[in-house]
Design a binder for this molecule. Structure first.
Ligand SMILES: Nc1ncnc2c1ncn2[C@@H]1O[C@H](COP(=O)(O)OP(=O)(O)OP(=O)(O)O)[C@@H](O)[C@H]1O
Length: 236
């Protein structure tokens, strides 16, 4: 059983009279890499905010495994899965400052923190930008910095809202590589996109929001057949 998991039951979300979506059951857990698809305005961001505990559903329950509601933690979902907005908030100050501040929230041992910082700077290709003001970064650079900050924390569950939309080829490649690395390290990922992208190749299932329903289906990956499945089977 995965240590971290979010389960939603009989979920429905409305804004006023308008039903955005309903779903009988959804599970997002460590080990999952889920592609959240749907046209603009179908509710992908709203669903991520629900799973992050930032807003409440109109009906249904959303539970964080092994984190019951308590007096000191009235909303167990807050901080359980990290959520990165499409237009991430960055602190005033330079890139280096943004990374250092994020590191303060890390619970990893100091040596691992330092290793992750060096890897984040290299993978996100931020080395030449460390002294640049965050407010002067391009859209793609902002997204790379935001993902680098999250990388430092090594999250168990991470939701990325349109992580490679509106990026040039290089930034797309950089972000896709970081996402693939997080997957290897065991982070459960929910990746939203309003159109098919290269991120699909990393995913094992798809949630499609369409006609006010969330349809869940497996994604058959060529790498799951043949050698890889033999390796996986021999491990079991
Ligand atoms: N707080 C709110 N009050 C009323 N309507 C809202 C609220 N938040 C979102 N909506 C509406 O709900 C719909 C879904 O919004 P959401 O941002 O979740 O869609 P999305 O699938 O992420 O879209 P996109 O692909 O364009 O990012 C939109 O029509 C939006 O205007």
């Amino acid at each position: 059983m995965a240590d971290y998991a979010i389960t939603a039951h009989e979920l429905s979300m409305q804004f006023g009279e308008r039903l955005l979506f309903a779903a009988a059951e959804l599970t997002f857990k460590q080990g999952d890499v889920i592609y959240l698809a749907g046209d603009n305005g179908t509710g992908k961001t709203t669903l991520m905010k629900l799973l992050a505990g930032l807003i409440q559903p109109t009906a249904g329950t959303i539970q964080a495994q092994q984190r019951p509601k308590s007096f000191w933690r009235p909303n167990p979902l807050l901080g359980y899965a990290l959520y990165l907005h499409q237009h991430p908030y960055l602190y005033d100050g330079d890139v280096s400052y943004n990374l250092t501040l994020a590191q303060r929230y890390s619970k990893l041992p100091k040596a691992e923190q330092q290793q992750r910082l060096a890897a984040a700077i290299e993978l996100a290709q931020l080395g030449h930008l460390l002294k640049s003001g965050a407010s002067h970064l391009s859209g793609g650079e902002r997204q790379r910095l935001a993902l680098a900050r999250i990388w430092l924390l090594k999250p168990a569950l991470l939701m990325l809202d349109e992580p490679i939309s509106n990026m040039d080829k290089v930034s797309r490649q950089v972000v896709s590589t970081m996402i693939a690395e997080l997957k290897k390290q065991g982070t459960g990922l929910l990746l939203s996109s309003h159109q098919d992208s290269e991120l699909l190749a990393l995913c094992c299932s798809k949630w499609l929001i369409e006609s006010q329903r969330i349809d869940v289906s497996p994604i058959e990956q060529p790498w799951l057949a043949g050698e890889y499945s033999n390796v996986a089977a021999s491990r079991d």
